[in-house]
Every structure is written in structure tokens, then in C-alpha cells.
Design a binder for this molecule. Structure first.
Ligand SMILES: Cc1cc2nc3c(=O)[nH]c(=O)nc-3n(C[C@H](O)[C@H](O)[C@H](O)COP(=O)(O)OP(=O)(O)OC[C@H]3O[C@@H](n4cnc5c(N)ncnc54)[C@H](O)[C@@H]3O)c2cc1C
Length: 395
């Protein structure tokens, strides 16, 4: 086993959370090494909605322009009923920048990851691939990330290994909680999408919400690509089957939906599914010089479109706490990490819980659906009260 040269920070996991933390710390002059188990820094998947609580930070890091070049400014966030197709309400996204000081846009997740990786390299971050970290340990005055082949010492180690985090066991013996809902996605060149993509669809994020199902559509890459996500409550999950959420269930789960939704299903990738999991919030993310961040700390269901955004907020908070606990002799990492935990863990827990509630609200049936629709029909597009706490809150 080899021991690598000591760096100030080691980050385990090179997803959006890990690379954001690397960038935030490297731009404040620290030496940072990222350990990623895969051979490439790559995201399989499709689109991402980027809300102003995160784009404000991307702007501070100097990556907003690069990210937005590959993105699309959405003008409207529209909720429609999945059964009858009617518009229930929309949020006027064109006022987001004025209201929160940063834009709302949508982009391909690969484009965000490559913008972050490029910025990391420019900031001097050492990006190591094919390093599968199996454990982390505090030793006297340092922390160590341990793989089968080597040990990586640092002043602080951040665990950013995602929702399925193995290294989280240091803090909790919990497991990901299956929601029973599964997502099918696609991001295709717009001309290859089987439906007619109208001008309105190229400037909107549209969610069709209905009993046990929803479908989301939005443009990517300046409108050259089109993103579709279909999510449904899997019957095989409720029968207790291990292989739940299979493609054969997809069309049946959307039976009775309006024609726009049924047409949207035609452009999905059916050979890959994302079974939706989250975890219960936990409050301890820090052990001396080792800290959880991103989905490893607070995995959430996707209904608020905030998982990646919250990992960017974590990264910003970590860098701010490191700066606040820095003097001529260096950074007091144990207290910086406790500061980060005190600020971020209650807030992220609130987002996790809210995301579950939004999912429940989207998927109600019967009388509850009638009431929900009426409440949504009554709201005004410039009413941001329900989201101010999230988009406007700097923590
Ligand atoms: C359908 C869907 C839609 C979503 N939409 C949005 C959205 O619109 N907006 C939004 O903000 N969020 C969204 N999210 C959530 C978002 O994708 C995640 O929250 C975000 O990607 C988490 O980033 P992360 O870096 O914490 O984890 P991950 O992206 O999971 O990255 C973890 C990294 O760690 C690596 N790794 C794992 N184990 C090890 C190990 N032992 N050693 C070394 N490396 C390791 C992995 O290979 C991976 O690269 C969505 C999620 C889903 C499923």
C-alpha cells in the first residue's frame, strides 16, 4: 500500500457535490485532491434544473457563464394535470433573477459536471480516477482516505460518494429508503423526439402531475436537445419484488393520462431505470476532520429539483467555514466542519422532508386531487411564497 503526498483536502467522489467542494476550496488557495472510483468524471443521466440558490454560487465561482452557455433559460415552470392535461398553474421564472439575484435555468448534467471539472483543473485540483475508497479514518492531526492500493492523508476528508454512500456508515447504519417510484428518462436531439416540440415547450419546464405518476419535459443545450422524465409508482414494488420498476410496467402505470403525456412516453429510454430512494435526515455529518456532503449527507427525492443545488450550497458553506476558521497557523478544521454541520444539517433535513411532501401532493387522487387542483388554479404566477424559503435562503 502506498501513502500519497499530504494535501490539505481529500474529497471522495467526483460527482457534482465532490467537484463543487473541490472548486470552492481550491479557489481559496488550498491543495485539493479528488478520488473518484470510476474511470471518467461522467454523469449518466439527463437534465438538471438549476435554481437561484445554486446559480448564485456558480456565479461567485466564475462558472455560471460556462454552465449557462450550455443551458436554457426557462421562462415558465408549469404544472399541468396528467389526466386532463389542463394547466393548473405556473411560476413566472423570468422574474427569478430580479427576485433572488440569480437565474433559474436548465442544463444537461454532463455539461455541469464538465464545467466544474474544467474549473477544478484550472484551479489546480488533482483529479484521480479509478480510486475506490473503502474507509476513512482520523489520525493524530490529520484524516486519511483508504483504498485497496493506497492511503491519502489530508487535513480534512470530505465524503461525497452519493446516495448509496458506503462511507456514511461511520455516521449511521441506515440504508437508502425506496419510495416505490421509478424514473425513466431521456435526453435526445430535439429533431429525434417523436412529438411536436412547440416554441412554448422550448422555453418551459412542464410537469404533468397525476395519481401515482408524473411526466416532466424541458429543453437542454440551447433547445438542441429535449429532456423527458416519466415517474410512476411501481406495482411490483408493492408486491415486494426485488426487481421492481421494470419497463413492462411503464405504459400501464400511465393508462388514462392525457394524450400529451402518452405521446411523451414514446421518447423515453426504456433500457435503464432510476429507482427513487432517499434517506431519513441525520444530524451528525462530522467526525473531527471527516465530513459528509451532497447526497451522501442528505439524499432527497427529486420533487423540488434540489439535490445537486443543495450539494453546491454545501460546498459554498464548507469554503466559508474554512475561511472563517483560518488564521496564520492554518485552518481549524474540526471547528470549521462543526460550523458547516450546524448551518447545513437542519436546513438540508427540511429540504429532504419537503421533497417527500411535494411528491405526495403531485401524486394524489380522487377528492384530494380536486382540492389540490383548485388551490393551484387559484394561485398567481408571481406568488413565490412557498419557495422563498428555499430559493431566497443563503444557507
Ligand atoms: C430523476 C432525477 C432528477 C433530478 N433532478 C435534479 C434537478 O433537477 N436539480 C437538482 O439540483 N438535482 C436533481 N437531482 C438530484 C441530483 O442528481 C443529485 O442530488 C446530485 O447528482 C448528487 O450529487 P453528489 O455529487 O452528491 O452524488 P453523485 O452524483 O452520486 O456522485 C457521487 C460520486 O462518488 C463516486 N463514488 C461512489 N463511491 C465511491 C468510492 N467508494 N470511492 C470513490 N468514489 C466513489 C461515484 O462514482 C460518483 O461519481 C435529480 C435526481 C434524479 C434521480
Amino acid at each position: 500500500m502506498t501513502t500519497s503526498e499530504h494535501t490539505t483536502v481529500v474529497i471522495v467522489g467526483g460527482g457534482i457535490g465532490g467537484l463543487s467542494t473541490a472548486l470552492a476550496l481550491a479557489t481559496s488557495g488550498l491543495t485539493v485532491r479528488v478520488l473518484e472510483k470510476e474511470p471518467e468524471f461522467e454523469e449518466v443521466g439527463a437534465g438538471l434544473q438549476m435554481a437561484p440558490n445554486a446559480t448564485r454560487i456558480l456565479r461567485e465561482w466564475g462558472v455560471l457563464d460556462r454552465a449557462m452557455d450550455a443551458g436554457v433559460f426557462a421562462k415558465r415552470l408549469v404544472l399541468r394535470d396528467a389526466l386532463d392535461g389542463r394547466e393548473l398553474t405556473h411560476l413566472d421564472l423570468s422574474t427569478v433573477e430580479q427576485r433572488y439575484g440569480a437565474p433559474y435555468f436548465v442544463m444537461h448534467r454532463h455539461d455541469l459536471l464538465s464545467a466544474l471539472a474544467t474549473a477544478c483543473l484550472e484551479a489546480g485540483v488533482e483529479l484521480n480516477t479509478e480510486v475506490d475508497v473503502v474507509d476513512t479514518r482520523n489520525v493524530k492531526g490529520a484524516a486519511v482516505a483508504i483504498s485497496e492500493t493506497g492511503e491519502y492523508r489530508a487535513d480534512a476528508v470530505f465524503i461525497a460518494d452519493g446516495l448509496g454512500s458506503k462511507l456514511r456508515r461511520r455516521f449511521s447504519d441506515d440504508e437508502p429508503v425506496p419510495s416505490g417510484y421509478v424514473a425513466y428518462r431521456s435526453a435526445l436531439p430535439t429533431e429525434e423526439v417523436e412529438i411536436e416540440v412547440t416554441e412554448d415547450m422550448l422555453t418551459s419546464v412542464v410537469a404533468y402531475i397525476g395519481p401515482g405518476r408524473h411526466l416532466v419535459q424541458y429543453p437542454l443545450r440551447r433547445g438542441e436537445m429535449f429532456n423527458t422524465v416519466a415517474v410512476f409508482d411501481s406495482p411490483s414494488f408493492h408486491r415486494g419484488e426485488a426487481r421492481w420498476g421494470i419497463a413492462e410496467e411503464l405504459d400501464g402505470a400511465f393508462e388514462g393520462s392525457c394524450s400529451m403525456v402518452l405521446d411523451g412516453l414514446t421518447s423515453l429510454w426504456r433500457d435503464r431505470q432510476w429507482r427513487m430512494h432517499d434517506r431519513e435526515p441525520i444530524h451528525t455529518w462530522v467526525d473531527e476532520r471527516i465530513a459528509l456532503m451532497g447526497d451522501a449527507a442528505h439524499p432527497m427525492l427529486q420533487y423540488l429539483a434540489q439535490g445537486a443545488c443543495q450539494s453546491i450550497v454545501d460546498a459554498d458553506c464548507i469554503a466559508q467555514q474554512a475561511a472563517a476558521h483560518r488564521d496564520q497557523s492554518g485552518i481549524d478544521w474540526p471547528n470549521a466542519l462543526l460550523g458547516y454541520q450546524a448551518i447545513r444539517s437542519p436546513f438540508a433535513g427540511r429540504v429532504q422532508r419537503n421533497a417527500r411532501t411535494w411528491g405526495d401532493l403531485w401524486h394524489v387522487d380522487g377528492f384530494a386531487r380536486t382540492i389540490r387542483n383548485q388551490l393551484l388554479l387559484d394561485r398567481s404566477p408571481d406568488d413565490f411564497r412557498h419557495i422563498d424559503w428555499l430559493y431566497g435562503n443563503p444557507v
